[in-house]
Design a protein around this ligand. Sequence first.
Ligand SMILES: Cc1cc2nc3c(=O)[nH]c(=O)nc-3n(C[C@H](O)[C@H](O)[C@H](O)COP(=O)(O)O)c2cc1C
Length: 176
Amino acid sequence: MELYEAIMGRRSIRKYTDKPIEDGILEQILDAARWAPNGGNNNAWRFVVVTSPIQKKLILNFCPGIFDVPAAIIVICAEPKQKLIKEATRLLYMADCAIAAENIVLAAYSLGIGSCMVASFADVALQDLIGIPESIKAYIIVTLGYPAEDPEPPPRLPIRDIVYKNEYGKEWTSDG
Ligand SMILES: Cc1cc2nc3c(=O)[nH]c(=O)nc-3n(C[C@H](O)[C@H](O)[C@H](O)COP(=O)(O)O)c2cc1C
């Protein structure tokens, strides 16, 4: 599948079939995550992949942003390795985790797997449940599973409303 096709065709999937995802496919998806661009190439992310039915059920108690039981839940967290200013570190690793999440959803889509990024979760309770140490922060979750829905694309603002040329507020004009 062409990358552009994946970018345009991927949708957030919130209903999944019961079919599990083979570990080989999960590993391909995680490989895409670890090849994401990341600040300073620190490789600071850590990925907790939860497939245990009991564990998934417990996690759902702390994740109002998950609406169905997925085949797998990937909790993306970051383990800072270098002493940056605290706020800068937080923002850098948040970006790293978000970019890894994007690679995950696109790779999943290209392999026929549905996904949804989830930021609506009780981080302290979730971290406690799956043993993420206090020094590490869970930034974002990605749910994965075979899709049980085929949602329409939600609207996006047109380019002319969000893109400016050379200066903020200056209308984008296309030379063709
Ligand atoms: C940072 C982030 C957090 C999100 N959190 C949630 C969430 O908690 N629950 C959910 O169902 N969808 C969540 N989404 C998915 C968005 O709602 C979805 O991407 C948006 O509606 C556009 O739909 P699309 O992904 O199908 O293009 C999140 C997406 C992002 C990027």
